[in-house]
Ligand binder design. Structure first.
Ligand SMILES: C[S@@+](CC[C@H](N)C(=O)[O-])C[C@H]1O[C@@H](n2cnc3c(N)ncnc32)[C@H](O)[C@@H]1O
Length: 255
């Protein structure tokens, strides 16, 4: 007789931010309890090269909008739009930035973005989201559709696709499936190109992630990593989150 096999990794409860919005450290960055992200500094450099005064810039998966504070260095009155699927972050951002009339925040999901946003933003970027969600086809489509000029994505890209889950702990649901995890998905360059090609014929390039490892490790304190298991650290030129090497790349899609 074949025994029923328990697949411990079959839980699809991947929306960690809906379960517990304190998992994201964006609000701490806004309040200056944490420094500016290394990725934020590089984002500013990338956007600066593409930006023209008056451009509309969309940050999809903006959390509480901490990238806006960095983008202000390009233009203090930058037309910044922040979309995120987690209400708590958007509500916080709306309150925090309410006096900054050049900002707008809205609950929108990468999986179901309203068509009214097609072709509405000169520059669209999406940082640190695609590796945490279970499929990237619709998200890529919506990001590109929303873009007029250039779409910038920071996610995990390598020679091979490597889809994985990091478990914060060994907690299980009633079925005995582990249920406290974040997705940590890496896509191969070729799969990313193939998926984008299906959407349209755009120029696609990849940029290396530039960071100061010492600054990343400064945030990797005992207290922070206890509160946020899976926090990124820097070892020998590599970024490691939990037990996986995080090969971040910036994907630049030119329209
Ligand atoms: C790891 S955080 C990244 C925050 C910020 N972009 C950064 O790089 O620091 C992931 C963010 O993506 C948001 N998110 C997750 N799924 C989403 C979806 N389907 N559509 C839009 N935002 C999503 C989460 O609410 C969270 O704010």
């Amino acid at each position: 007789m074949i025994k029923k096999i328990l697949f411990e990794d079959r839980n699809d409860n991947w929306e960690i931010w809906q379960k517990n919005s304190s998992i994201e450290r964006s609000i701490k960055r806004i309040k200056k309890q944490l420094p500016e992200m290394e990725a934020s500094k590089q984002l500013v450099k990338i956007v600066k090269k593409k930006y023209k005064k008056g451009d509309k810039v969309l940050d999809f998966g903006c959390a509480a909008g901490h990238f806006y504070l960095s983008l202000k260095r390009i233009d203090n009155k930058i037309n910044y739009y922040g979309f995120d699927s987690t209400k708590d972050y958007i509500n916080y951002a709306k309150r925090y930035f309410k006096k900054e009339k050049n900002t707008k925040f809205e609950v929108q999901s990468l999986f179901s973005m309203s068509k009214k946003y097609y072709n509405k933003f000169d520059i669209v970027f999406c940082s640190n989201v695609l590796h945490h969600i279970p499929s990237i086809d619709l998200p890529l489509k919506n990001l590109i559709k929303a873009t007029k000029k250039v779409c910038i994505i920071r996610t995990l890209v390598s020679n091979n696709t490597h889809l994985s889950r990091f478990y914060y702990n060994d907690q299980t649901n009633r079925k005995g499936e582990l249920n406290n995890f974040q997705l940590q998905n890496t896509y191969s360059y070729s799969l990313i190109r193939k998926k984008i090609k299906k959407i349209g014929n755009f120029k696609v390039s990849f940029l290396d992630d530039i960071f100061d490892g010492k600054k990343i490790n400064k945030e990797f304190t005992k207290k922070e990593r206890k509160r946020y298991p899976g926090l990124t650290r820097h070892v020998d030129g590599l970024q490691i989150a939990g037990s996986k090497v995080f090969e971040f790349k910036w994907i630049i899609i030119q329209k």
